[in-house]
Design a protein around this ligand. Sequence first.
Ligand SMILES: O=P(O)(O)O[C@@H]1C[C@H](O)[C@@H](CO)O1
Length: 390
Amino acid sequence: MVALPPAGRRLFEKGRRLGLHNLVEVGKVCYVLAVWRQRDEGRKLISPQDLISRSPCTSASRYHSRPKVNQVPTKVALNRTSLYLHCMSTKVVQGSRRYGYEECKATADWLLDQAPVRPLVGIVCGSGLGGLADMLKDQKIFNYGDIPNFPKSTVHGHAGRLVFGTLKGKPCVCMQGRFHLYEGYPIQKITMPMRIFKLMGVKTVILTNAAGGLNQDYKVGDVMIIKDHINMPGFAGINPLSGPNEESFGTRFPCMSDAYDRKLQQLAQEVGAELGYSDFLREGVYCVLGGPSFETIAECRMLTRLGADAVGMSTVHEVIVARHCGMQVFALSLITNQAVMDYDSHEKANHEEVLQTGEQRSLQLVKLVSTMVARLDVASDYTNGEAHHC
Ligand SMILES: O=P(O)(O)O[C@@H]1C[C@H](O)[C@@H](CO)O1
């Protein structure tokens, strides 16, 4: 790390003491990113223009001189004693690279050092669907809290464990708990596990989620094979691939019309039919919203008209990142509740019902996924035990 000038060092240390846990040093400039702890109560925001005009008299800007074109602060926070810059600039984007190649690689290597298998299949368990992880044999379990750079699960029904093992002889890794936008993590962070999967050698990702049924033909307990998605936050520019493109993972403009692997959808239909699940197996379009509030009646009606069959708060961001780095994707929604479409209805969406339905369908989901995994045609690309660079 480059040594900071004394004023910068003081600012940096002060920020740390104040609990600004997102401080980074970039060259000679100390930045404070936009995460504050609530106890920082004395703060007051002033405009960037204000800062620029006042810059000679602030500790940060003394050696910063005036913020440069690529260092323009968007916000400045003051408390009684200190001033901090919040920057949206190319430098701070380096902050979001904290979830970039280097960090993902470090985490992947850390995991692979201890994992009993090098996974070819990655599984993500949705709300109440953590039982999928229990099907792995010869497990090695990591709590998310112990994994470097990994976020922590905050949602009931998401255990927060990464489980390695084999499933029908195939080396797998399973996220028993995922991350959601509404938990407050940056979108790059909630999707980081996909890149870690990739760097560990995963070829196929199987994602599950709990979702509200919009399609009037759907019933609670139905399992929907996702054939396409509507990325509602994406319409507002909230996309995990926003920011500088990580070329080492994939192209700037990845195609999404083939996001969900057609052969795997076909395989799911075949396996479902063999297992006698055809009555509750569906195929449809999943729409992601930001959550955590459930949808209004008007929103559900609108989503139906847009062509969505189910609505949820996850999966799509992971799918985009997984496809960006070239992994094959298959995804399932368990319809845990019927979206309320009618003003006369007394139904109310709630997380308890979501978890309960997950529990009730758990066995069938495990059977469906494990039978599919048994038939996956995945072959290892490892040479000398090293994951190839994607
Ligand atoms: O992780 P998933 O998408 O299964 O979780 C869904 C969406 C919310 O997190 C929660 C609502 O009950 O379940």
